[in-house]
Design a protein around this ligand. Structure first.
Ligand code: SF4
Length: 439
């Protein structure tokens, strides 16, 4: 196949880890002379970077593949990510027009795998977890010149009863602090000012080198790199969330005042069934550290409704938790059974309509909290990292350190993207704020 024909299209489903993995795939392929194109029709290679966290997400991927059964003739179709890792070579039986199945630890080897396909091998897999090159991302293509992700730990050693991640991303592997710092410095030199440290359980980070940094230390050190103005991190596990993380946020202004701490349920009984390894009280202890901090730390969370055995009383405990914590945002999901998980044995007895009722009630309660929280910010001065512009509204948009969306006017249509602008909040809605730039 000639260089001209080496065109590829990639579509990404799922979380930020997947979005960042796709950047690694793009960077690796472009370095090898492949050209990225905007539509599957223009491409010779079509990749789907898949998510299997919920049944719906997985179904979407199979629907896409079905669509390409005929229209994808003559093209190489590759399945990447969590569904690929979870289903492995079984995918070839279900979708015989797929030629490549590869999990997240194999992306550095993608060019090699494509060569195998080009030399006539119809079915190629990359499913090993122990690839030492998994963190080697010299060719990551980062499209945003100001803000980016930085993976510091892969995989997960927990075994939450509902979760496929330990099966799709393998055991925890932390990167050495030296390689994290080296990449962070390189990114700062290239003009990046905001970094999000990424990991399935980012705060379980443990430097494997003799230096032995823990998560709070690496967070602090990345926040001290010249040129870096904001550091975020996601996702944290409550069991490994220790007070030094809050102390670091309190002492280092470059660390954003936002913590995403997934609770999943407000009932200790449900948490126990989920094998989350903490009680409601232990979770609230961590919330207490954040509330006692000198800075006003925004707190967001993930919640699952309708987990097997969740009674009305358990659900009310979750509703109460919203009031106790006063979250700044929640991401609520209905429980769905996933392959290989231990919760499969518990059944899925809560009817869909009841799950819908619970999730709607939860979102309604949270909406009221957000309206209250946001209206308290009217009149305050916030620093906005500008992301872009809504031309039709004549507004700039961006994020505050607390990760709130703040749209503002008061600055001309000059090149503001990537700038940090002080903005006075003038109006508040449940999901965003509006303000006026302070000149
Ligand atoms: S901590 Fe639990 S929910 Fe998070 S990735 Fe690991 S198993 Fe999944």
């Amino acid at each position: 196949m000639s260089t001209v024909e080496k065109t590829f299209y990639i579509e990404t489903f799922g979380c930020q880890m997947n979005a960042h993995d796709s950047e690694k795939v793009v960077g690796t392929l472009v370095h090898e002379g492949y050209n990225q194109v905007a539509t599957p029709e223009q491409a010779n290679y079509i990749f789907y970077n898949t998510c299997s966290i919920r049944d719906k997400a997985e179904q979407k991927v199979y629907n896409k593949l079905q669509h390409f059964k005929n229209s994808g003739k003559g093209k190489v179709i590759g399945l990447l990510g969590c569904v690929a890792q979870q289903e492995g070579s079984k995918i070839f039986d279900r979708a015989p027009h797929v030629s490549l199945v590869a999990g997240s630890a194999s992306y550095a080897k993608l060019p090699e795998m494509l060569v195998q396909i080009e030399s006539g091998n119809r079915r190629v897999t990359g499913l090993d977890f122990d690839n030492p090159e998994a963190f080697d991302t010299p060719y990551t293509r980062r499209d945003n010149p100001f803000r980016t992700f930085l993976t510091i730990i892969e995989g997960c050693d927990k075994a939450c009863a509902y979760c496929v991640v330990p099966f799709t991303r393998g055991p925890e592997r932390s990167r050495t602090s030296e390689s994290v710092m080296e990449e962070a410095r390189r990114l700062a030199d290239s003009g990046i000012t905001e970094l999000t440290l990424l990991g399935q359980n980012v705060n379980s980070y443990r430097d494997p080198s003799p230096v032995g940094w823990d998560f709070a230390t690496i967070l602090n050190e990345v926040g001290r790199i010249p040129g870096i103005r904001r550091v975020r991190f996601t996702t944290s596990h409550p069991r490994d969330f220790v007070k030094p993380i809050i102390d670091a946020i309190d002492s280092n202004p470059n660390l954003c005042d936002h913590v995403h701490l997934p609770v999943q349920s407000g009932s200790t009984q449900v948490l126990d069934g989920m094998r989350r390894l903490y009680t409601r009280e232990q979770y609230m202890e961590r919330i207490g550290w954040m509330k006692a901090a000198k800075r006003d730390i925004a707190i967001t969370t993930d919640i699952i409704v309708g987990f097997p055995g969740e009674t009305e009383r358990d659900f009310e405990d979750t509703l109460d938790l919203l009031e106790d914590v006063q979250y700044d945002a929640i991401f609520a999901f209905k429980y769905s059974q996933r392959p290989n998980t231990s919760a499969l044995a518990m059944g899925d007895h809560i009817p869909e309509e009841e799950k819908t009722r619970r999730i709607m009630l939860l979102n309604e309660r949270q909406r009221a909290i957000q309206i209250r929280r946001h209206s308290q910010l009217i009149g305050s001065l916030e620093e906005v990292h500008v992301e872009g512009r809504h031309e039709s509204l004549n507004q700039w948009m961006g994020k505050t350190s607390q990760h709130r969306t703040l749209n503002f006017t008061g600055r001309d249509a000059e090149a503001l993207a990537g700038a940090y602008v002080p903005v006075r909040v003038t109006r508040a809605g449940p999901n965003s704020l509006v303000g006026e730039a302070v000149v």
